[in-house]
Design a protein around this ligand. Structure first.
Ligand code: AMP
Length: 541
């Protein structure tokens, strides 16, 4: 093999901000703050503060490889931590504050965090968990002296930065140095840690810009509702500075009205987040009779996007929907819709129902139960496996989970069941554990939910399997109606029968006030099974 004769320069996260500050120093990072009001700084200012933060962390005694945890909303200080922590060779460990306190305590112990940085919102949580944290952990409140919390031994972020030099001489780290850590939400078993490197984070960031180019570039202002505290806000903290794009961080206020106001006030052009958040925004747009003026794209993923939501956004409001699929273990984006210019409305909607095409660097395959590869013909469905430079090679300090996560060729098992069309579109059928097995045939809970929410009276729907003596399992559908709507079970079933076979229709529709949600904004089928356990006793059909 003839070796290329190129410089051996390593991919590095702090180089992203140095680049942004050199090439487009005046692009903005706007944040809706926990303390109230908007904060607005340029990339050049952010780079200076990141340098100061790096000095402050080293002065605190943070060493390469240490885990620096965060419990924080989407905002500029959280963003700065992403860069400064990774830049000094330490690991930015984002923690999802929506997890149960027990899980958070477990994660902090498992990661052996040495510093925890938190927004004031989470002061009660941090106080309660403090006795269960690793000995010697240092606490940093992400605020200024005026808002110093009333808790002993807590450093204040702005005090730490004050007076520090703005330039930090970043060490030349090998690009496979760990940079960030994020635990899965542990809906099945203990949370598992994905430990990203500088290289994987940048490969992912490049691929995201290439896969969703319409959200990026000069003049574009992107609002990540997807959190910095989970799945790296889909890579936006790295992609946006690379691609000259303004960031608008929503802080703690994620309801439809707050998002509408922030998008309108800041001229946001694209929003990225999970379907439930956009359902709130759609309600608000209907109430006000308009979308925010400059908003042209919503990238939606994390759960399947119902065709009814795509239709509402595309047809009622002229907003381009991009459907994305991914996982914590993939950094996280795996696939995204690729718009084809010139399609009519129906073709546009149909093209966005699949979860999109793979990003560069993400290889996809589907396999049968025996591991044999299945054709990408849009018909065959099997477990989805992935590989690529932005896919984990193992879980952090978890050999047992790692042993189960890969096939013999080293592909990562996603636990999702999917089809892949000849055109390369990924169609997620279901999570393996959420599929409903009836009389030897599989029913997709996602298909049932999409059929139900296309009824105008239905706000939300979730399908689960109920054990059945004859059919093994039958579907039970939980439905939340829109405020004031009245509709019978028979009407919902008749509506669903327009798109689903009779044997696939649910045996029962349970009308509920709310569907339990997970810490990452997905419908929690596990909790729903508990909530609906009384319906199990007397299967119909
Ligand atoms: P997380 O690691 O929290 O990002 O969760 C990853 C899981 O969310 C995937 O394995 C899928 O089951 C689910 N998921 C993510 N995006 C989608 C989507 N667009 N459609 C259906 N399921 C999705």
């Amino acid at each position: 093999m003839l070796k290329g004769m190129m410089m051996d320069r390593q991919l590095s996260i702090p180089a992203v901000m140095d680049y942004a500050a050199d090439v487009h120093p005046d692009r903005r990072i706007v944040s809706s703050t926990v303390e109230g009001g908007l904060h607005d700084q340029s990339y050049a200012q952010a780079r200076d503060r990141i340098g100061q933060l790096a000095h402050a962390l080293v002065a605190m005694g943070v060493r390469p490889g240490d885990r620096v945890a965060t419990l924080a909303w989407n905002g500029y200080r959280h963003f700065e931590l992403y860069y400064a922590v990774a830049g000094i060779g330490a690991v930015c460990h984002t923690i999802n504050p929506r997890l149960f306190p027990d899980q958070i305590a477990w994660i902090i112990q498992h990661a052996a965090d040495s510093v925890l940085c938190f927004d004031l919102t989470f002061l009660p949580l941090v106080s309660a968990l403090r006795p269960r944290m690793p000995e010697g952990i240092r606490l940093v409140a992400l605020t200024d002296a005026a808002h110093r919390p009333d808790l002993p031994d807590v450093a204040v972020y702005e005090d730490l930065l004050a007076g520090q030099p703005t330039r930090y001489d970043w060490p030349d780290l090998p690009e496979d140095t760990a940079a960030a850590l994020c635990y899965t939400s542990g809906t099945t078993g203990a949370p598992k840690g994905a430990l990203y490197s500088h290289r994987s984070s940048l490969m992912h960031a490049f691929s995201v810009v290439l896969g969703a180019p319409g959200s990026f570039g000069a003049g574009q202002r992107i609002l990540p509702v997807v959190p910095l505290f989970h799945v790296n806000a889909w890579g936006l903290p790295y992609s946006a500075p690379l691609a000259a794009t303004d960031l608008v961080f929503p802080g703690p206020r994620l309801d439809g009205a707050s998002l509408w106001d922030l998008m309108q006030g800041q001229g946001v052009t694209a929003g990225w987040g999970v379907p439930t958040v956009w359902a709130g925004l759609i309600d608000e747009m209907r109430k006000r009779g308009a979308a925010p003026d400059r908003l042209h794209t919503l990238l939606i993923g994390g759960s399947a996007v119902a065709p009814a939501m795509i239709r509402a956004l595309e047809v009622e409001f002229g907003i381009e929907v991009l459907h994305g699929w991914g996982m914590t273990e993939l950094s996280p984006v795996g696939t995204v819709s690729r718009p084809v210019p010139g399609q009519d409305a129906e073709a546009r909607i149909a093209a966005r129902i699949p979860q999109g095409k793979r990003l560069f660097g993400v290889d996809l395959k589907i396999v049968a139960e025996d591991g044999a590869p299945l054709p990408k013909d849009g018909q065959a469905a099997g477990e989805l496996l992935v590989r690529g430079p932005q896919v984990i090679a193992g879980y952090y300090n978890d050999p047992a989970a790692t042993a189960k996560a890969f096939d013999e060729d080293g592909w990562f098992r996603t636990g999702d069941v999917a089809r892949i069309t000849p055109e390369g579109d990924l169609v997620i059928v279901d999570r393996t554990k959420d599929l409903i097995k009836s009389g030897g045939e599989w029913i997709s809970s996602i298909d049932l939910e999409n059929a139900a929410v296309s009824h105008p009276a239905v706000a939300m729907a979730a399908a689960i399997a109920v054990p059945h003596p004859k059919w093994d399992e039958r579907p039970l559908l939980a439905v939340v109606l829109r405020a004031g709507a009245v509709v019978s079970e028979a009407e919902i079933l008749a509506h669903m029968a327009q798109t689903m076979a009779k044997w696939q229709l649910p045996d029962e529709v349970a009308f509920v006030d709310a569907i339990p949600m997970t810490a990452t904004g997905k419908m929690s089928k596990k909790d729903l099974r508990v909530q609906l356990k009384d319906h199990y006793a007397t299967p119909r059909g």
